[in-house]
Every structure is written in structure tokens, then in C-alpha cells.
Design a binder for this molecule. Structure first.
Ligand code: PMP
Length: 285
């Protein structure tokens, strides 16, 4: 695999970063994940907007603009002949050659890394069968709106889900669902209303969420942006999650109980179809 590191396209085994890099020592880094279908970038402007916002929230100034980041995305796709999968981008605050909690006062070159991962996104068996999720307390920090690489708790929660035979964990705070380990969470209530938590510091503003809510408007599905509880999932007709790496993924079981009839629901299926159609139509070559 050819990866990008600070100006160079190199073989992955050649890509080396300092052990003093603040991304490694402090998780002082921001990331983005963009889907690729037919070699094209899905929802790219949205991911770049969120990247700019995340960098601003942690006062990380970078010397590259969106046009050069687009070019690097195109290059890693082309150099790896990537047709379908993901592009991971990470920007860390770089290295001062020492360990110091303080942000450096003098400018330090950030570390910019991009690599690709092949993944079947359109024909995804998980989307066909539906996911099982467990509920866990949300023990993350309170700035989940910033897409930092500080992902230890979601990694623990997802592994716990796997240990229990589930696919993912949905996190719960004050009795209300915040989001999945790496996705936004939704239910469809008995009266057909689509419910997903409103944007705040409590969740990441999913780029897929933004596009899927536009798709819901197109399908004339009523949407309420508000928190929902585990009890409401029990009474829901459907549940699903959204992310750049999963698009729309039906959830058929939560903590061992079946959601609705225990099969992927029609709203999730239609949203998945229309999301794929619309985002392919606007994808960037
Ligand atoms: N919430 C969290 C915590 C995430 O990690 C992600 C994916 N990175 C999302 C939501 C979904 O965001 P997106 O649709 O932009 O992939």
C-alpha cells in the first residue's frame, strides 16, 4: 500500500513518525474518514468542513488548504487503485522532540498522514442482516463534537460488544442514547417518526447524518432531532446507525431484545438506497 506522509507518497513500511509526536503521546490529533465508491470521494466537502472546525477547536493551525488535501486524497486513491473503501486522514500537532503537556509556543510542523483501506461498502452483508448492539455508559470526555483520535473508550466498548456477540455498542448518558462507537444512532417510532439526537458537544456531527437527514426530507419522513432512551428503542419500529464507513446500517437487536420485528426495517432500507444514489451523484472524481 502506498501511503502519504508529510509531502511524500511512500510504501507503508517506509512511513515513520517520531515517538515524540503529540498524536502518539497525547492523542493531540484530529482525523477524518471519507468513503470511496467507484474511485470517487463521497461527501468530501462535508468532511473537509468538519476537519477545519475540529482543527480550530483545538487551536491546531495547518499550512495546507482544502485544495491540496483534495489532491492528496485523489493521489492515494489513484496510487492504490482504490475502487471502494475508505481514506483515513490524520493531522497531529507534530513533535518538539520532547514530552511536554503545553502546546508548543513556537510553530511546529504538523504530521499529516493519509492511507487507504479497501472495504465493500455497497454490498455489505452486515447491512443485509442488521446489527446487534449493546448499551454501555458513555464515559467519554465532553467534547465529542471534536473528531480527535482519543478513541480508547469507544475501542473498549466495541470490543466488549464483540465479546458479547454483538456488532457495536451504543452509549448512554443520563438514560439517553448519545451515539454508537463510530456512528450516529436513530430510531423510527411506532408512528413513523425518525428520531436522532440533536447536535451538541455530546455527539459528533456525522457528515453521513447530515446527508441522511436530507434524504429523509426527500422521502417525506418526519424527523425529530432529540435524545431518546433505551425504553423508546424497545417500543420503536426500527433502529439504525449512520457513518461514512457503514452508510446506513439497520440495527435489529439491542441488549438482546429485538427491535420491531427483529429484521432490517423499510425506512432504514430506503434511506440506505437513496443515500447511496444521492451521494454517488455528488461524489468527487
Ligand atoms: N459518531 C462518532 C463517535 C464517530 O466516530 C463517527 C464516525 N467517525 C460518527 C458519529 C459518524 O460520522 P460520519 O458520518 O461523518 O462518518
Amino acid at each position: 500500500r502506498t501511503v502519504y506522509l508529510n509531502g511524500d507518497y511512500i510504501e507503508e513500511s517506509e512511513a515513520k513518525v517520531s515517538i515524540f509526536d503529540r498524536g502518539f503521546l497525547f492523542a493531540d490529533a484530529i482525523y477524518e474518514v471519507t468513503a470511496v465508491v467507484d474511485g470517487k470521494l463521497i461527501d468530501f466537502p462535508g468532511h473537509m468542513e468538519r476537519l477545519t472546525r475540529s482543527l480550530g477547536e483545538i487551536n491546531l493551525e495547518v499550512p495546507f488548504d482544502q485544495a491540496s488535501l483534495l489532491e492528496i486524497h485523489r493521489q492515494v486513491v489513484a496510487r492504490n487503485n482504490l475502487r471502494e473503501g475508505l481514506i483515513y486522514l490524520q493531522i497531529s500537532r507534530g513533535s518538539t522532540g520532547d514530552r511536554d503537556f503545553n502546546f508548543p509556543l513556537e510553530p511546529v510542523a504538523p504530521t499529516l498522514v493519509l492511507f487507504t483501506q479497501e472495504k465493500a461498502l455497497i454490498e455489505n452483508p452486515v447491512a443485509e442482516r442488521g446489527q446487534k448492539v449493546i448499551l454501555v455508559e458513555d464515559w467519554r470526555w465532553l467534547r465529542r463534537d471534536i473528531k480527535t483520535v482519543q478513541l480508547l473508550y469507544p475501542a473498549m466498548a466495541k470490543s466488549l460488544a464483540r465479546d458479547k456477540g454483538a456488532d457495536d455498542a451504543w452509549m448512554v448518558e443520563n438514560g439517553q442514547i448519545t451515539e454508537g462507537c463510530s456512528n450516529n444512532a436513530y430510531i423510527v417510532t411506532a408512528d413513523g417518526t425518525l428520531v436522532t439526537r440533536a447536535l451538541s458537544n455530546s455527539i459528533l456531527a456525522g457528515i453521513t447524518r447530515q446527508t441522511v437527514l436530507q434524504c429523509a426530507a426527500e422521502l417525506q419522513v418526519k424527523v425529530e432531532e432529540r435524545a431518546f432512551s433505551a425504553e423508546e428503542i424497545r417500543q420503536a419500529r426500527e433502529a439504525f446507525s449512520t457513518s461514512a464507513s457503514g452508510f446506513v446500517n439497520p440495527v435489529v437487536q439491542v441488549d438482546g431484545f429485538a427491535v420491531g420485528d427483529g429484521k432490517p426495517g423499510p425506512v432504514a432500507r430506503r434511506l440506505r438506497e437513496i443515500y447511496i444514489k444521492n451521494s454517488l451523484a455528488t461524489a468527487i472524481d
